[in-house]
Design a binder for this molecule. Structure first.
Ligand code: DAH
Length: 340
């Protein structure tokens, strides 16, 4: 029986050495050491042994069991290590492989144009002001010399939220808000960029668009200051050869008022499709701040004067880049945006 036990030990050890996986090793453990395993089977025969022999055989059986269990533990540990190594190898990252190139974002043409406009006016000593997009009737219209029944309100189809609250139709209310805050200090020199809203929607109008307002108020500001400033702006924006033209116009908050054209950026003034063969492109509205607007904002119109202007950023971007449909600026189509 002792021989049988030693033989079993040898056999089991040989199998364990051959085991290629933890599963196989476990099968071997069940087969030799399990409840219904071979060791148990041999020990069942102990009943036929003499009382002297029994403890000796029992001791050998225990030794064999202990030796096999130790062997099992060692084998199992090395198999586990093997599995770990294989896993590490298969999940490894080769840091020397070339990476996939990342996608780089770009500046939206509207923001590019806005940044350029801001740079030009910051260079002239202006600062940047802001106002709310949800505005009161008072600031959007009334303080700008557009009383409730004024026919010029029809020029701006308005989104009213309630009788007195609306989505601002222009950035001009920022003029009044800024002057109220600054008066009686002088000078006021600001530009005010931002979104405005009108009930308009076609290839050259969007219900939401962007404007930049300009305002300069001080003693002895004249129309020549307005002309010089805007001519400088046009040359910086559209190139040194650009010529400006002032046409008399009407805005309730300026007197006199003018619309400003630049020589066509496409044909240089010869006449082409973009300028409808006139050689000119309209870029903004402007004028001398109406005395009533100065007064409601806290300035003495006998003492100070000012000029103001307002331009649509989409329109400037369309002229500058030759874009023929304003909606392209809002559709976020990368095929379009990547061209800038
Ligand atoms: N707010 C006018 C508009 O949206 C544009 C404008 C015209 C602004 C003349 C001005 C200005 O400041 O002086 O149509």
């Amino acid at each position: 029986m002792k021989d049988k036990l030693h033989e079993l030990g040898e056999q089991a050890r040989g199998k364990m050495a051959e085991a290629g996986s933890l599963e196989e090793l476990n099968e071997i453990r069940v087969r030799f050491l399990g409840k219904k395993g071979e060791l148990t089977r041999i020990l069942r025969g102990m009943g036929s042994l003499s009382a002297e022999e029994r403890p000796r055989v029992g001791q050998v059986a225990n030794e064999v069991r202990a030796a096999l269990e130790e062997e099992l533990a060692v084998r199992s540990a090395s198999l586990k290590e093997l599995v770990r190594e294989q896993k590490l190898r298969s999940e490894g990252i080769d840091v020397t492989l070339p990476g996939s190139p990342g996608q780089r974002g770009g500046i939206h043409p509207l923001n590019a144009v806005l940044e350029e406009i801001q740079d030009i006016f910051l260079g002239l000593g202006y600062s940047i002001a802001e106002g709310p997009e949800i505005e009161t009737d008072y600031y959007n219209f009334e303080a700008l010399n557009l009383p409730k029944d004024h026919p010029a309100r029809d020029m701006q189809d308005t989104f009213f939220i309630s009788g007195e609250i609306l989505l601002r139709t222009q950035t001009s209310p920022v003029q009044v808000r800024t002057m109220e805050k600054t008066a009686p200090e002088l000078p006021v020199k600001i530009i005010a960029p931002g979104k405005v809203y009108r009930r308009d929607d076609d290839a050259t109008h969007s219900p939401m668009f962007n404007q930049v307002e300009g305002l300069a108020v001080d003693r002895r500001i004249t129309f020549s200051d307005l002309k010089g400033t805007l001519a400088h702006f046009a040359r910086e924006m559209f190139g040194g050869k650009t010529i400006t033209r002032f046409r008399p116009s009407y805005f309730p908050f300026t007197e006199p008022s003018a619309e400003v054209d630049v020589s066509c950026v496409m044909c240089g003034g010869k006449g082409c499709r973009v300028c409808s063969h006139t050689g000119w492109l309209e870029i903004l509205g402007s004028g001398m701040v109406h005395p009533r607007v100065l007064e409601v904002s806290g300035y003495n119109s006998e003492d100070v004067t000012g000029f103001a202007f307002g331009m649509g950023i989409e329109r400037i971007a369309m002229l500058k880049y030759g874009i023929d449909d304003m909606r392209l600026l809002f559709e976020n189509d990368l095929r379009f945006l990547r061209q800038f």
